[in-house]
Design a protein around this ligand. Sequence first.
Ligand SMILES: [Zn+2]
Ligand SMILES: [Zn+2]
Length: 386
Amino acid sequence: MLSFDELLKEASAIHRHHCAGQILGVRMAMLGCREVGIDEPRGCKKLIVYAEIDRCATDAVQAVTGCSLGKRSLKFLDYGKMAVTFLNTEIGQAVRVLAKDDARNLVPLYVQNSDNPRDAQKQAYRVMPEDALFSVKPVAIEVSAQEMPGYRGKRVQCAECGEGINFDRDVDLGGRTLCIPCSEEALRSNGHANGVKATNPKVLLIVGYKKVGKTTLIEKLIPELSRRGYRVGTVKHHHSDFPVAVDAMGTDTWRHRQAGALSVSLATPTDIATFRDGASSITLDQLVSGLAETDIVLVEGFHEEARAKIEVLSDCNDESLCKMDRHLLAIVARNARSSAVPAFEPSSIKPLADLIEREVLGKPGFPGVTKNSNFDIPSVSQLPVG
Ligand SMILES: [Zn+2]
Ligand SMILES: [Zn+2]
């Protein structure tokens, strides 16, 4: 390997600018190669580096090692961390070299006199001991055949955009071969547009005291969400102890159940109704799992469940049922005014559906109401929403 000064000169030339990042990157690469037993990385086919940031130092690592994206020997992991992993594929040995954050604070200890902080940093990074600059950890990396630099895989075509896909980056979605962006797009539109079944429906509770308009709100949300392409299911929590009238005494299904059937389905040319025992012990999860071919299940009631919920109030000044409930996403009420959470008038169905799309259905990059920062609502991906 060339000397540090020679490598730095080359790296700065390639980077077209001499910065502290070049010094850091060159030292990082020299250290990493040494740790995995590679004396001359350039032209050696056994080194793969994994860079976790797209910054100056990464160019220096590329310059020193000769590893590059084009050769598939430089892998970019977009983690935003100043770390590079060096893998010697021949012996299966790898180290992750992380630039220490506190190295900056040590700069004054290694500089005589400099009133330019950038110069001081460059001076210090040249001479600072390696263990002050970096932490080095052995790591285990399994490289699949597809990730190896020389891999020659089949080339397939995306069924959606028609573009060619290399290196097995195609995704099988409901039997269709798609490229990654097309598959992500298909999943964003909840899959069903391409004949793909969603796995688990999202669950949104519509809660509130009696007669505040929960059913009316659900009646308005169903067509709005359906119009946007979502398959909507509902669950209604009923407090009555009486058997449901449709399964009335004397019907055939009633007789099946009387004979001991645990679950009875009645199928007509237009409808399917299923009756089953154990309503008192059944959980919301079990109920929702029976609606697997939906994208979202609106649940009327079950306000004590720790799930995303919207509360309906008669008036915004009324006492809330879910005060301080961190799963509360919004309130629907007359005289709506946002406080801890956004509030919507009962007629504002479209803005409310926007919020549901963004917060519950996970539609990315969706502009809309922003969360109140002083109220701790966990991001929806952390919520157990089905
Ligand atoms: Zn730079
Ligand atoms: Zn595509």
